[in-house]
Design a protein around this ligand. Structure first.
Ligand code: MN
Length: 367
């Protein structure tokens, strides 16, 4: 149904004269687009009020109990709706595809058995929706790191039987990080099925949240990025990319600060190797792992300088576009990517080609 949208509504690049027959506009694949399924909503709703002690659970609790008409109720409705209003908004702004992911913190605050059940039900429903709208939606499979072996089984099922496009995880699980050996079955399943793991933010765990409890820092102001950047640095320094060299990790929010930190991480790694203070010897420098094993998306960063820097530091083949629907505005995300001063080749890679490659999305012909 959405195939004509790819051809319609040509947009000319800034400063370019409109040709008599305008070229078709670039396909727009948004790569960090949140949704919720009824199973997660029900599990959230059943959580006790004591849950308010944790930032992510407070967020879930407020959303699960929001009154009709509240902003949070509207956001919940936007998350639960996939095939109606969401598609209208996509059409209105010429967004061809959402790569869907279960909203943070996903299943990671539930008891292991329930978490696995909610992840499986979510992946089944997601696969059905994609089957109904193959040109409008792709989807990242949820899994429950609480039980790494079952998680790996579900990841393999999601890629090989359901045909989902990769995986979503929301940073730490009960303060534990994917570099720890108990989680290696998850990394092995991702590498083995060619599915990238999108490490989406959540609030810092109990051990690191305390200093961020002032000034509203636990969430989007600082905590999300600090937490998720920490997770990525742990992965790099642990050496898991020597063990799983084909593992691909995706980070949102312009790489959660890491592109800027890479020269410093390289410098410290060289010094630690020289002094013999490194925990273990890495085969490559942090920046080399980052370029080989990571892609970033610009979710909620609409800053031309940060984008230019990231492209130059990582290469244009390692940057993707995202809206962060429904948390971020679609109109601004499209306008930014249409008008930001980058080359046509770069724009095509960021808008769709990199997403097609990394998330196994078939390219479409634009005539
Ligand atoms: Mn997001």
């Amino acid at each position: 149904m959405g195939s004509t949208a790819v051809l319609a509504g040509a947009v000319t690049a800034p400063g370019e004269l409109r040709a008599a027959a305008p070229a078709p506009r670039l396909r727009r694949i948004a790569t960090e687009e949140a949704f919720m399924m009824p199973e997660m909503y029900e599990a959230m709703k059943a959580m006790p009020r004591e849950a308010m002690a944790n930032y992510d659970l407070r967020f879930m609790y407020r959303m699960a109990h929001a009154a009709p008409g509240d902003d949070e109720r509207r956001r919940l409705d936007s998350l639960l709706d996939i095939e109606h209003r969401r598609l209208e908004i996509m059409d209105e702004f010429g967004v061809d595809m959402h790569v869907l992911s279960l909203t943070s913190p996903g299943v990671q605050e539930f008891e292991p058995e329930e978490a696995g059940r909610v992840a499986r039900a979510t992946n089944d429903r997601l696969a059905d929706i994609i089957q109904r709208h193959p040109l409008r939606f792709a989807g990242l499979a949820a899994f429950a790191p609480q039980d790494p072996k079952s998680a790996a089984q579900e990841m393999i099922r999601a890629r090989e039987q359901l045909g989902l496009n990769g995986f979503i995880v929301n940073s730490h699980t009960f303060d534990e990080y994917l570099d720890e050996e108990k989680f290696w079955p998850i990394l092995e399943a991702a590498e083995g099925t060619g599915g990238a793991i999108y490490i989406h933010p959540r609030a810092p765990g109990a051990s690191s949240a305390a200093p961020m409890r002032n000034y509203g820092m636990e969430g989007g102001f600082w905590g999300y990025g600090a937490e998720t950047g920490l997770h990525a640095v742990r992965l790099i320094l642990s050496g898991v990319f020597d063990r799983f060299p084909k593992l691909t990790i995706v980070l949102g929010h312009m790489g959660e600060g890491l592109p800027w930190w890479l020269p410093r991480l390289d410098d410290r790694t060289r010094a630690a190797n020289r002094l013999g203070t490194a925990d273990g010897q890495l085969r490559m420098l942090p920046s080399e792992y980052f370029k080989r094993n990571f892609l970033i998306t610009n979710s909620l960063f609409r800053d031309a300088l940060a984008l230019r820097y990231s492209i130059d530091r990582l290469g244009p083949e390692n940057v993707m576009w995202s809206i962060d629907y429904p948390y971020g505005p679609t109109a601004e995300a499209v306008t930014f990517m249409d008008t930001v001063d980058i080359s046509d080749v770069e724009r095509a890679l960021i808008y769709h080609r990199n997403a097609e490659r990394v998330f196994h999305i078939p390219p479409v012909s634009t005539g």
